[in-house]
Design a protein around this ligand. Structure first.
Ligand code: CA
Length: 228
């Protein structure tokens, strides 16, 4: 299970990652709000620990933006302050839980277990963009009455594009995040899977297209079909 830790005090961020890794999670840190948002949008993390007071974007702003995009990653807010308004503001913004600093390792791990368990209990787990709905459990892609099954890599590529609709996803990002760093994939693999996905998306009659932006990467866009 991948956990994203967003905390600008690097010693604390590293300590949290260390505690999580000791408990069998895979943890990665981001040190400011904007980088944290970008990482969370990748769709690669199962949960996120998010400090409130961060440079470039506050934790409140990050969670608010994720929820606005329809991203439902479980979020544990870290706050140094204990005022009730802070907790209420955090939960209102869309956080799932909060924890006050300083805290001890057992409390952190107990909250992570609750947070990730809650995610597993969600009955309908899907991502959507325009007329497309992607079932995150079965990997079926639906548009209206029509649906098509996606292979593992097709699913990962589309999931990443769907969770990053506010920005362009580069081939290199897709390669690193879907194929990993084991050197199995190449830019040709990315192009091949994007081409498979385009056929499937068109097959189920969606208005969504994967647009190529030269030198930049890919983005999902909605096109009205002529004559439709
Ligand atoms: Ca901070």
């Amino acid at each position: 299970m991948n956990i994203l830790v967003v905390e600008d005090e690097q010693n604390l961020a590293d300590a949290i990652c260390h505690i999580l890794e000791g408990a069998g999670y895979h943890a990665e840190a981001a040190y400011d709000g904007k980088s944290g948002l970008t990482a969370a949008e990748s769709g690669l993390y199962d949960a996120m620990i998010l400090d409130v007071m961060l440079p470039r974007m506050t934790g409140f702003e990050v969670v608010h933006e994720l929820r606005r995009q329809g991203n439902s990653i479980p979020v544990l807010l870290l706050t140094a302050r204990t005022s009730t308004t802070d907790k209420v503001e955090g939960l209102d913004a869309g956080a799932d839980d909060y924890m006050t600093k300083p805290f001890e390792a057992p409390e952190l791990l107990a909250r992570m277990r609750a947070l990730t368990r809650r995610q597993g209990d969600v009955v309908i787990d899907e991502a959507s963009f325009a007329d497309l709905t992607l079932d995150l459990n079965t990997h079926d892609l639906r548009c209206g009455e029509k649906s098509v099954h996606l292979s593992g890599k097709e699913f990962e590529v589309l999931r990443m594009l769907m969770s990053s609709t506010s920005r362009v996803v580069s081939k290199q990002d897709l390669l690193t995040r879907v194929w990993g760093t084991d050197g199995e994939g190449s830019e040709n693999s990315v192009e091949a899977y994007v081409s498979f996905l385009r056929k499937k998306i068109s097959h189920i009659g969606s208005k969504v297209q994967i647009t190529t932006l030269r030198m930049l990467g890919y983005r999902l866009e909605v096109f009205e079909r002529l004559g439709a």
